[in-house]
Ligand binder design. Structure first.
Ligand code: NDP
Length: 281
């Protein structure tokens, strides 16, 4: 099964469906990612913050898959925003991942209340890391419209992607609209709200009618909206379920019914990027 790709604004492409590794235990990551590769996932999303890049690297190396068949994303941790730290920390990530470049490197959080609010400086260092060939594409995560406007106005360079919280309970429409206006692809994190959307009666009704699970219906909703998703699971059965999204389609009415589940900001699972300021020791 071939996963469709999305065109990025820097001329590259990204598989629209991948595998997430948040909260995968470091000592279980190699086996978990190996199982995901067995199912057919080729796009893996990790982060310095998750502490599991080495396990991802181990699984990628053991897979013997060709580098060009893999798409690997990692993210700059919140303690590495200063200019000299960006390249140093990316080099550490590459060493753990056993790669000489990542496909995509993201600023994990904007941290507007830290580092004198200088996420523009961090963005410039990300662009330099790309110029140095350490990342094919660079982007951001959890950037709100004001953060996006600031980095684009300062550098003339829009990020390739903005990875933000999006799921039926929090559609995050305002940020998605600004992403679209700048040609930035939206990556939807916690696409099934860490399991919270499962059991919702609107999703259950659609799923039952289509002979699918409510996780599959939710992931299909994201794909039809054009977003990139990478659900996380430690279970090979659920990995497989989350990968089987291309043999059915949601009608406009079904899409509209799921759109109707949006609760705005109260539907958020994670922190508000304008105030989130946690930095590891
Ligand atoms: P998801 O929305 O992917 O949900 C994962 C949870 O749902 C796990 O508890 C998993 O349990 C369960 N689950 C997965 N598939 C199914 C299924 N088919 N049926 C029932 N339960 C299921 O949450 P994540 O927060 O992990 O988001 C996905 C990825 O997004 C992350 O792994 C990470 O890569 C990225 N992310 C990025 C953030 C950022 O700030 N940039 C923040 C958060 C996430 P089990 O493992 O037992 O199957």
């Amino acid at each position: 099964m071939t996963v469709p790709t999305i065109d990025l604004n820097d001329g590259t492409t990204i598989p629209q469906l991948g595998f997430g590794t948040f909260q995968v235990e470091p000592d279980e990551t190699a086996d978990t990612v190996a199982a995901a590769l067995d199912v057919g996932y080729r796009h893996i999303d990790t982060a310095q913050m998750y502490g599991n890049e080495a396990g991802v690297g181990e699984a990628l190396a053991a897979s013997k898959l060709a580098r060009e068949d893999l798409y690997v994303t990692t993210k700059l941790n919140n303690n590495n925003h200063r200019t000299p730290d960006v390249r140093r920390s990316l080099e550490e990530s590459l060493s753990k991942l056993q790669l000489d470049r990542v496909d995509l490197f993201l600023i994990h959080w904007p941290l507007p209340t830290r580092y004198d609010g200088d996420y523009v400086g961090t963005w410039k260092a990300m662009l330099e890391a790309r110029e140095a060939g350490l990342a094919t594409s660079v982007g951001v995560s959890n950037f709100e419209p004001a953060h996006l406007e600031a980095i684009i106005n300062a550098t003339g360079k829009a990020p390739a992607v903005n990875q933000i919280e999006v799921h039926p309970f929090f559609a995050n429409s305002k940020v998605r609209a600004v992403d679209n206006a700048h040609g930035i692809a939206t990556e939807a994190w916690s696409p099934i709200a860490q399991g919270e959307v499962l059991g919702n009666e609107v999703l259950e009704e659609i799923a039952e009618r289509l002979g699918k699970s409510s996780a599959q219906v939710t992931l299909r909703w994201h794909l039809q909206r054009g977003d990139i998703v990478f659900p996380k699971s430690v279970s090979p059965e659920r990995m497989k379920e989350n990968f089987e999204l291309f043999d059915f389609e949601l009608t406009e009415a079904d899409m509209g019914a799921i759109d109707g589940l949006d609760q705005g900001a109260t539907g958020r699972m994670g922190p508000d990027p304008d105030t989130f300021d946690t930095i590891p020791d």
